[in-house]
Design a protein around this ligand. Structure first.
Ligand code: GLU
Length: 497
């Protein structure tokens, strides 16, 4: 493949992580902005793995990142796994392209071989630090003649290739930060673009790939804003048109501290394992930021796409409030339970959770039936935050019969047996299916029939009898879920006489 840019379509954007570990929330957010930008403009979202620093590559990280993008519902259109017209999408497989690009720059005199030893560079660095200056390469090898270079090469001297930073970097208009310019040449030494092992450095590989992959807009973290002038100098040296740049404000913890891996809860995989829904996670990481319409909870990916406008992204950092995640998950879960297309997957997940947690203890296999689980979901919709909550001890009564001693019930109310019999009587009526409304009405009337008993005390008694728990769903709801026969069994077992 020569160095001709891929055909430019309307919008081509990329997420370009280094596979150095798990995908974290900051990365997910960058990917999401790129995804919504692509979808909004009918373009393509590309995943490119920047693995040129082989010493930092972590085995499995590359597949993990792509897995998590798929899990989050924002799969790339082109990627190492998907392939695509501008591949390969992994920089370590594109070394010939960087070499070719470097040759171009060497030919133009925009790059040069540098033979400085690590020891010399170290001395330069130390001297700079001693005089309290920022270390920078002194560009010594810029001035080697072609003859000197040829000599050193023939002697087998190790060399890197450096890019000749020219004065006069041009201002550029960032889509988020507005006009910006860094006079790189006056603060930095010429950067290495090709290492002695033939691997490129970030700057070269990034620019070459954005060009060859026909990237139209680079949306990346604000930490790269200062590098953009350098990248633009590279584009100029190659004679290529640069893409548009938009730098995304940082995502920080709620207290303004850096979202670092040390704080534990930042990896997407962890949230997936803990049962959070992709939609809730995407909502959480955009809820705190800008670029979309009015802020509100419960926004879906489709809404994010239709509301997105890069011009709406503000410069201030986004403060991530993970305390809201549980509430966001509850909202999205309720939406998904209400969606008949999504419900079967949710049912299957609950079935798997319950089977895993209760297995042999299940009161009968019937509780794993789809109709039963679906009913549980519909009744608990809006109450549970995560699907796996349904396997917690407080919901154990749905899957296993609680052991409740009749003495325990007597301690709650001396009339426990009398109340139990009245409820059995209610159930004896040849009514059709139990409904919450009818049961509520009937239960309200019970206190009239038992002297000295209050409604709340009675409900407490029945809740314990049915679930073994002091708290939980309403008694009527429990009765509807468990069904007539199971309620009868539980009450009969709880009678002392
Ligand atoms: N590999 C860089 C990173 O991990 C990519 C930066 C960019 O998008 O240009 O952030």
């Amino acid at each position: 493949m020569g160095l001709a840019a891929a055909p430019a379509s309307l919008a081509r954007v990329r997420f370009a992580p280094s596979p150095t570990g798990f995908l974290h929330l900051g990365g997910l957010r960058t990917a999401l902005y790129n995804y919504v930008f692509a979808k909004k403009h009918g373009g393509r979202f590309i995943l490119r793995l920047e693995d040129t620093d082989q010493s930092r590559v972590v085995p499995g990280a590359a597949t993990g990142i792509e897995d998590m993008l798929e899990w989050a519902g924002i799969p790339p259109d082109e990627s190492p796994r998907q392939g695509g017209p501008a591949g390969p999408y992994q920089q370590s497989q594109r070394l010939n392209l960087y070499r070719e690009a470097t040759e171009q720059l060497l030919k133009k005199g925009a790059a040069y071989h540098c033979f400085c030893t690590p020891q010399r560079l170290e001395l330069l660095k130390k001297a700079a630090l001693r005089s309290q200056q920022t270390p920078r390469y002194d560009n010594r090898c810029r001035h080697l003649s072609p003859k000197q270079v040829a000599e050193k090469v023939s002697q087998g001297a190790d060399s890197v290739v450096r890019f000749r930073l020219e004065e006069g970097s041009e201002p550029f208009c960032d889509l988020v930060y507005g006009w910006s310019r860094h006079e790189v040449a006056s603060v930095e030494g010429d950067p290495v673009i090709l290492k002695s092992d033939g691997f490129p450095t970030y700057h070269l590989a990034n620019v070459v790939d954005d060009h060859l992959m026909g990237i139209s807009h680079v949306l990346r973290g604000a930490e790269w804003l200062v590098s953009t002038s350098k990248h633009l100098l590279l584009y100029r040296a190659f004679g290529w048109d640069p893409p548009r740049f938009g730098h995304l404000p940082l995502l920080l913890n709620a207290d303004g501290s850096k979202l670092s891996k040390r704080q534990g809860h930042v990896f997407v995989e962890q949230f997936a394992q803990e049962g959070y829904l992709p939609a809730a996670l995407l909502d959480a990481i955009t809820h705190c930021g800008s670029g979309f319409g009015e802020n509100r909870m419960g926004r879906t990916l489709g809404e994010l796409v239709s509301e997105f406008d890069v011009g709406r992204i503000e410069k201030h950092s986004a403060l991530l409030d993970l305390e809201k995640l549980s509430e966001l998950n509850r909202i999205h879960l309720a939406k998904q339970i209400g969606d008949e297309r999504r419900r079967p997957n949710l049912v299957a997940e609950v079935q798997a959770n319950v089977e895993r947690v209760y297995g042999e203890q299940l009161m009968d296999r019937g509780v794993l039936e789809t109709a039963y689980v679906e009913q549980v979901l519909l009744l608990r919709r809006g109450h549970i935050s995560r699907l796996q909550d349904l396997a917690l001890p407080k919901y154990a009564f749905l899957w296993i019969r609680p052991m409740v001693a009749c003495e325990e019930l007597r301690a709650i109310s001396p009339q426990a047996d009398e109340i139990g019999r009245l409820v059995l009587g209610l159930l004896d009526r040849p009514a059709a299916a139990l409904t919450i409304e009818e049961l509520n009405r009937d239960l309200r009337r019970l206190p009239e029939q038992v002297t000295g008993t209050q409604y709340s005390g009675m409900m407490q008694l029945l809740r314990v009898a049915l679930s073994g728990q002091q708290q939980g769903p309403s008694v009527a709801e429990m009765m509807v879920v468990l069904g007539r026969e199971e309620v009868q069994t539980r009450i009969q077992r709880a009678l002392c006489s």
